[in-house]
Design a protein around this ligand. Structure first.
Ligand SMILES: Nc1ncnc2c1ncn2[C@@H]1O[C@H](COP(=O)(O)OP(=O)(O)OP(=O)(O)O)[C@@H](O)[C@H]1O
Length: 269
């Protein structure tokens, strides 16, 4: 499992306005959700991890190697980033050609790239539209194309920026399964999210950003139980946890399924 170690990271687009202010964090083998209000620096942070922006000071170590010593092409083989807006990464005329761009760029042969891209399209349930122009798909489907193009690259680290935004229940279920499968394959998975219910249901660890700093991090149940700190960062607890609190059910429950089980247990006692 790859490890990203972030040490005293600072970044500013313009020197007078720091955006990332001294982040120390080790992203380990737990699936990790990064949450924080708009503008707290989450997207900037993952662009730094991917080497698209260079830190003002501090270091990012990927399996012990400082990414400042690596080229963008070298980082691309190790870290896949699914952008928030799929249109930032879609250029080709067919879905299959689009998904093959990444794998070809990192040196997969044509046959390899075609087969890994088809497997990735199966994973996001778009196999039947491989010859369609990506711009004839709706936004939610284009987001899935962007996910597939990163999956096909088979990188040891996969980062998603807001994958559930604009997805319906079925789309969210596909993303959940993709994340679980990546984790099972031993990949490191990090995901920026605004959807607290999805974060609570899917991720083992939660990292909270506030104004470019790390406010809080830990296991999902522990982090989401810290109501006052979350409020400070203008964040909400998951709906299930709030309902459990209203009902007086202890245990900082994370999901509707946990609340249901607790209620059934209560009825059966
Ligand atoms: N290219 C840029 N040039 C200048 N400032 C930028 C740029 N991109 C982001 N910023 C600023 O940096 C700060 C952090 O933005 P960033 O997009 O990283 O936050 P975020 O937590 O990802 O927000 P959101 O949840 O809305 O995506 C914001 O104040 C934003 O306006």
């Amino acid at each position: 499992m790859s490890e990203l170690r972030i040490e005293k990271l600072h970044f500013a687009y313009d020197k007078a306005t720091p955006v990332i202010k001294g982040i120390d964090l080790v992203l380990d083998d737990r699936t990790t959700a990064i949450i924080g209000q708009n503008g707290s620096g989450k997207t900037t942070f993952v662009k730094l991890l991917k080497g698209l922006l260079r830190p003002y000071s501090g270091r990012i170590l990927l399996d012990g190697a400082d990414i400042a010593t690596m080229t963008v092409a070298q980082i691309a083989k190790k870290i896949g980033l699914v952008f928030q807006n799929p249109d930032d990464q879609i250029f080709k005329q067919t879905v299959l050609d689009e998904v093959m761009v990444g794998p070809l760029n990192i040196g997969q042969s044509l046959d390899q790239a075609r087969s890994s891209s088809r497997a990735a399209l199966e994973q996001v349930q778009l196999a039947d539209v491989e010859q369609v122009n990506p711009y004839d798909l709706n936004l939610a489907q284009r987001k899935m194309v962007a996910v597939a193009s990163i999956l096909a690259m088979d990188t040891p680290v996969v980062i998603f920026d807001e994958p559930t935004m604009g997805q319906d229940v079925a789309g969210k279920a596909i993303i959940k399964k993709v994340i679980e499968d990546l984790h099972e394959e031993g990949k490191a998975v990090f995901c920026i999210l605004h959807d607290m219910d999805f974060a609570a249901a899917v991720f083992e660890r939660v990292v909270v950003f506030s104004q470019g700093q790390l406010l809080l991090e830990g296991d999902a149940r522990e982090v989401f139980s810290k109501k006052e700190l979350l409020q400070q960062a203008y964040l909400d607890q998951p709906q299930a946890m709030k309902i459990a609190q209203v009902l007086g059910i202890p245990g900082n429950l994370l999901t509707v399924e946990e609340v249901e089980a607790a209620l059934k247990e209560g009825v059966n006692q």
